[in-house]
Design a protein. Structure first.
Length: 175
């Protein structure tokens, strides 16, 4: 059945099938590397994603007009704060808005996460057609889990999996 789908969708579905398994984190040899892409930073500089990795990384694809994104971004900031001092990066990747609208959004919400921009062509090549869309990467840039859309259960699982990847018992700092 996967052969009938376009190549980009097969790639993303392959990531989903490996990464979205409920339960234990897949072993490293079963994790697929996140595709090589470039993002623009807030100053307009093009940055290869690989330069931003090297730690446990959460990639959150969002838009200013997205209601669920507005709920998820503060939770991701709390996740970053909860694991402060650990090798965790949370990157907020805007997929739709002009830079001025994003800057206004950041100012109005006091968003503290590092914000990057992805163009529609790159987003489409990754097969990301739903936002928010969150991807958890290990320290080698391999996909551990994907979270299409927003749910409290997904956010709880993300926190637990981050804790496991960081080697903290029970998935939470101090527990």
């Amino acid at each position: 059945m996967l052969r009938l789908l376009p190549m980009r969708m097969r790639r993303v579905l392959g990531l989903l099938l490996v990464a979205a398994t409920v339960g234990a984190i897949p072993p490293p040899e079963q994790r697929k590397p996140f595709p090589s892409v470039s993002l623009r930073d807030r100053q307009g500089q093009l940055r290869p994603l690989v330069e931003l990795l090297g730690e446990v990384t959460v990639l959150n694809f969002w838009a200013t007009w997205c209601g669920p994104c507005r709920h998820e971004l503060p939770e991701l900031e709390r996740l970053q704060a909860e694991f402060k001092g650990s090798p965790l990066k949370v990157l907020a990747i805007n997929v739709d808005s002009p830079r001025a609208a994003v800057e206004a959004f950041i100012a109005n919400t006091d968003l503290l996460l590092p914000v990057y921009f992805m163009d529609a062509k790159t987003q489409s090549s990754l097969g990301i057609d739903k936002i928010p869309f969150t991807v958890l990467l290990d320290g080698e840039g391999r996909v551990v889990r994907v979270y299409p859309g927003y749910s409290k259960e997904g956010m709880h699982d993300l926190k637990e999996q981050v804790g496991v990847l960081l080697g903290q018992r029970g998935g939470r700092k101090g527990t």
